[in-house]
Design a protein around this ligand. Structure first.
Ligand code: AHM
Ligand code: MG
Length: 362
C-alpha cells in the first residue's frame, strides 16, 4: 500500500514557509529566520513539559516556598526547573527562553509578553522589523497536573524603522502579518497562518522537526461542541446565558451540544478548529454591563494582543469567525498592551447565532 509506505518527502515547517515566501520575490528570508527562533522556543517548552531533563526538575517534594506557589492548591507542590544556581517555574523559564530567542534572531524590534508588564524594546544592533506579541506558556493552572498547555503568538511589522514606539503593537488585529500557537499535549502541534490559510505541523521528536500534518485546516461551518467556563454563569449577560441555554435545550429540534472545557485556551481553540463548535470567554457583569470597551487589567477576560488577536486571525483564516459581543474581534484597537476583551470564536454558523442574540438585545 502506497499509503502505508514510509513517507520520504517531509514538509518541514521551514520548507513550508520558504515555499510560501517564494511567492513574494522581494522577501529576504527574515520571516523564516524569525519563525525558526519561535520554533526553538516551542521545542524548549515541549521538552520541558515532557520532563525530558527530569534531573533538572526539582520542587516535587515539600519545600514550603514551592508549596506556596502552586496556582490551584497551596497544599500541592509546583514543579520547579533548575537552571543551575536558580530555580524557576516553567512559565517564567519559558518566557526567558522566548525573549532571548526572539531578541537574538536579530529580526524583532518590540516584544510584548504576558509575563512582562512593560513592552521590551530591542537594542539597535539587534533590531529588526517585526513586533511579536506572545504568551509563552498559557494555561498556567494546567501546568502542574500534566494537562495540555500552549504558547500563543502574533506578529506585526514595524511602521517606521527609525522610530519604534508602542504604537507598532497597538494596532488592530487586521494588521497582523502572521499568528500561531503551539500546543503541548499528547503530541506537540504548531498551528500557523501567514495570512494564506492555516496549516498544522506536528513535532517529530526523533527528528526534532515540525512536519506538516494538517495542511489547509478549515473549521466545519457548524459544530456539536461548546466550550466555556460555566462556573462563571452567574456573571454572564443575557445573550451569553441564552446562547448556552440553547446549546443545552435546543428549541428547533437539533440535538443538544456537548460541553468540553480544558481551561487552556490553546487546547480549547485547537479542538474547536479541528472539530468545529464554539469557544466562549464571555463578558462579565462585574465590568459595568459590558459597556466598558476594555475591562481593567485584573479582569479574567482574555488578552487582546496575545490571546484574542492570534486566535481570531487563525479562526478567520480557517473559515470561522471571532466576535467580542460588540464587533469583529480583529477590528479592536488596543489602547494598552495588556488590554483584555470577551471573545466568542469558532464555526461560522455558531458564531452567527451568538451575534444574532447580541443584535436582538440592543
Ligand atoms: P493564564 O494566562 O493564567 O495561563 O490563564 C489564561 C487561561 C486561558 O488559557 C484559558 O482560556 C483561561 O485562562 C481559562 O480561564 P478560567 O480558568 O477562568 O476558565
Ligand atoms: Mg495566558
Amino acid at each position: 500500500h502506497a499509503a502505508e509506505a514510509q513517507r520520504t518527502d517531509l514538509m518541514t515547517i521551514t520548507r513550508h514557509v520558504l515555499n510560501e515566501q517564494g511567492r513574494h520575490p522581494e522577501s529576504r528570508g527574515d520571516f523564516t529566520i524569525l519563525l525558526s527562533h519561535i520554533v526553538l522556543g516551542c521545542k524548549f517548552v515541549a521538552s520541558a513539559v515532557n520532563k525530558a531533563g527530569l534531573a533538572k526538575l526539582i520542587g516535587l517534594a515539600g519545600d514550603t516556598n514551592v508549596q506556596a506557589s502552586n496556582p490551584i492548591s497551596p497544599r500541592l507542590p509546583a514543579l520547579l526547573y533548575s537552571t543551575g544556581e536558580e530555580q524557576k517555574k516553567l512559565d517564567v523559564l519559558s518566557n526567558e527562553v522566548f525573549v532571548k530567542a526572539l531578541v537574538s534572531s536579530g529580526r524583532t524590534c518590540v516584544l510584548v509578553s504576558e509575563e512582562n508588564e512593560e513592552a521590551i524594546f530591542v537594542d539597535a544592533p539587534l533590531r529588526g522589523k517585526y513586533c511579536v506579541c506572545f504568551d509563552p506558556l498559557d494555561g498556567s493552572s494546567n501546568i502542574d497536573c500534566g494537562v495540555s498547555i500552549g504558547t500563543i503568538f502574533g506578529i506585526y511589522m514595524i511602521k517606521d524603522k527609525d522610530n519604534v514606539t508602542l504604537d507598532d503593537v497597538l494596532q488592530p488585529g487586521t494588521d497582523m502579518l502572521a499568528a500561531g500557537y503551539c500546543m503541548y499535549g499528547s503530541s506537540c502541534t504548531l498551528v500557523l497562518s501567514t495570512g494564506n490559510g492555516v496549516n498544522g505541523f506536528t513535532l517529530d521528536p526523533s527528528l526534532g522537526e515540525f512536519i506538516l500534518t494538517h495542511p489547509n485546516i478549515k473549521i466545519p461551518n457548524r459544530g456539536k461542541i461548546y466550550s466555556v467556563n460555566e462556573g462563571n454563569a452567574k456573571n454572564w449577560d443575557a445573550p451569553t446565558a441564552k446562547f448556552v441555554e440553547k446549546c443545552k435545550f435546543p428549541q428547533d429540534g437539533s440535538p443538544s451540544k456537548s460541553l468540553r472545557y480544558i481551561g487552556s485556551m490553546v487546547a480549547d481553540v485547537h479542538r474547536t478548529l479541528l472539530y468545529g463548535g464554539i469557544f466562549l470567554y464571555p463578558a462579565d457583569q462585574k465590568s459595568p454591563n459590558g459597556k466598558l470597551r476594555y475591562a481593567d487589567a485584573n479582569s479574567e477576560l482574555q488578552s487582546v494582543l496575545y490571546e484574542v488577536f492570534p486566535m481570531s486571525f487563525l479562526m478567520e483564516q480557517a473559515g470561522g469567525q471571532a466576535f467580542t459581543g460588540k464587533q469583529r474581534a480583529l477590528e479592536l484597537v488596543p489602547r494598552k498592551i495588556h488590554d483584555r476583551s470577551p471573545i466568542f470564536l469558532g464555526s461560522y454558523d455558531d458564531v452567527e447565532d451568538i451575534k444574532a442574540l447580541y443584535a436582538s438585545e440592543s
